[in-house]
Design a binder for this molecule. Structure first.
Ligand code: NAD
Length: 495
């Protein structure tokens, strides 16, 4: 009964699973509770989704533990996991059009971007981790004379709780499950309550890909209930989280207070972008627009703080204004749309309040600054530029998580670095300069887990990603992302 018939643009009526997925079966929540999600482009309700209780989380953990001990982890060769992951990638690719349309409907992102970025990158992530699943090697340490030697085993951590946000519902799902499955872990996944829909489709496809019962389990629900039950569960070995700093802190505390489960956190950002006077202004403005307006600014590594060398400040602002005003705002189902609504009314109001705060603290609104006049019931905010900001303004210190970039001038390299690093965050940064020695110097000095040189916003499955400072703990993606789901065992031998 937990299936919702949804009218998905371009695909007619689709039956979308909205239950809980435990042991490869769809089940109802034990308390019979549901929550609803809405279409951010219209404000209309999309579906009622099963709300997992603490007992449901416990059932999912038991299923995951049993699978870990019997059919996954060290019980199968890595090539078995590799084969299933490759098949999974093929199935997502086969159904990409439908999945992208559902993603676009639930998250508000333009259909073309959902298909060509979110779903394409999800497939790439699965294939990347399938490729390295059988390339996890230990060491032999044979420096103790001929009668003794040691070796290391890289063993899967066990049952992993995974909690993800709403800004990239599909991609975050695969950034989490692909390395965990490759390493041999079993999973209890909780999507965001705002964007629960594509995850259901991914569970159906997991059966078809050949993952045994209990390997991948899905519990839908709110953070304070379902998410908290995961963080506190005594038989979960690790929790991997992406979301806000405040929630990351709560999850860390819950993990520490319960069983000291391992924790990795991918949190927020307020990423600086530096434009030196030797750079190509038009090119820098192109990348800045992508960096701040992609996904309507709802991006943890959005280039949200821009510092420009004073001699080119006004020229750069004019170039960025042109791009902000050229953003293709529109309905997510339109192929031309590159800039959709924000995820919720709450998020929209939060962003508008930040703009007002910037205005009242003396920032210059170069463009945008309000709800999109053609919003109807949707949660659209115009692409916005706030210029002449000063370091202590709220809009400079806090993460807005919307299409608002703050811009200020700097004098020289030392000044630029001081402004850039004056933040509690450290997720990403970008530097535009034609001087390669300056690029190398500045990249080394920026407090950030990712630095882009003469570009912005690009992430790849094969390149590690994560935060300095309060932007997180641990790394995802690349070989580091796989290691994060293993633990090292040293075996000492006496012959
Ligand atoms: P959020 O922290 O409110 O929610 C994220 C997830 O945590 C959701 O699934 C939510 O249900 C769950 N959650 C909420 N309270 C919880 C609790 N007490 N215990 C356990 N789980 C709980 O964040 P959001 O609003 O969904 O996402 C926006 C934030 O995520 C931004 O700060 C953004 O920067 C960050 N983000 C970071 C990355 C990254 O990789 N670093 C990527 C995307 C988003």
């Amino acid at each position: 009964s937990y299936t919702t018939k949804l009218n998905v643009p371009g695909h007619g009526e689709l039956a979308v699973p909205t239950g809980l997925f435990i042991n490869n079966e769809w089940v109802a929540p034990s308390g019979g509770e549901t929550f609803s999600c809405v279409n951010p482009a219209t404000g209309e309700k999309l579906a009622d989704v099963a709300h997992a209780s603490k007992e449901d989380v416990d059932k999912a953990v038991k299923a995951a533990r049993h699978a870990f001990k019997t059919v996954w982890g060290t019980k199968v060769a890595a090539t078995v996991r590799q084969t299933a992951l490759l098949k999974y990638a093929d199935l997502i690719e086969r159904d990409a059009e439908k999945i992208a349309a559902l993603e676009s409907l639930n998250s508000g992102k333009g259909i073309r971007i959902a298909r060509d970025a979110d779903i394409a990158d999800s497939v790439a992530c699965l294939r990347y981790y399938a490729g390295i699943a059988d390339k996890v090697f230990g060491q032999t340490i044979d420096s103790f004379g001929e009668e003794k030697f040691c070796y290391t085993l890289h063993q899967p951590i066990g049952v992993c709780g995974q909690i993800i946000p709403w800004n990239y519902p599909s991609l975050m799902f695969f950034w989490k499950v692909a390395p965990a499955l490759a390493a041999g872990c079993t999973i209890v996944m909780k999507p965001s309550e705002l964007t629960p829909l594509t995850a259901g489709v991914f569970c159906d496809l997991a059966i078809e890909a050949g993952f045994p019962p209990g390997v991948l389990n899905l519990v839908q629900g709110l953070g304070a209930t379902t998410g908290d039950a995961i963080s506190r569960h005594l038989d979960i070995d690790k929790v991997a989280f992406t979301g806000s700093v405040a929630t990351g802190r709560r999850i860390s505390i819950a993990a520490a207070e319960s069983n000291l489960k391992k924790v990795t956190l991918e949190l927020g950002g307020k990423s600086p972008l530096l434009v030196f006077d030797s750079s190509d202004i038009e090119e820098a403005a192109d990348w800045t627009a992508l960096g701040i307006y992609f996904n309507s600014g709802q991006d943890c590594c959005a280039s949200s703080r821009v510092y420009v060398q004073e001699s080119i400040y006004e020229k750069y602002l004019a170039a960025l204004k042109k791009r902000a005003e050229a953003c293709a705002i529109g309905l997510p189902s339109d192929e031309k749309t590159s800039f959709g609504p924000l995820i919720s009314a709450g998020q929209r109001d939060k962003v508008i309040n930040y703009i007002e705060s910037g205005r009242s603290e003396g920032a210059r609104v170069v463009t945008g600054g309000q709800k999109w006049p053609q919003s109807n019931g949707g949660f659209f905010v115009e692409p916005t530029i706030l210029a002449d900001v000063t370091p202590n303004m709220k809009v400079v210190q806090e993460e807005i998580f919307g299409p608002v970039v703050v811009v200020a001038p700097f004098k020289d390299e030392a000044d630029a670095l001081e402004l850039a690093n004056n933040t509690t965050f450290g997720l990403a940064a970008a530097v535009f300069t034609n001087d390669t020695r300056q690029a190398t110097r500045v990249s080394a000095a920026l407090d950030a887990g990712t630095v882009w040189v003469n570009q912005a916003a690009l992430l790849h499955a094969g390149v590690p990603f994560g935060g300095f400072k309060q932007s997180g703990i641990g790394r995802e993606l690349g070989t580091y992302g796989l290691e994060a789901y293993t633990q090292v065992k040293a075996v000492h031998n006496n012959l």
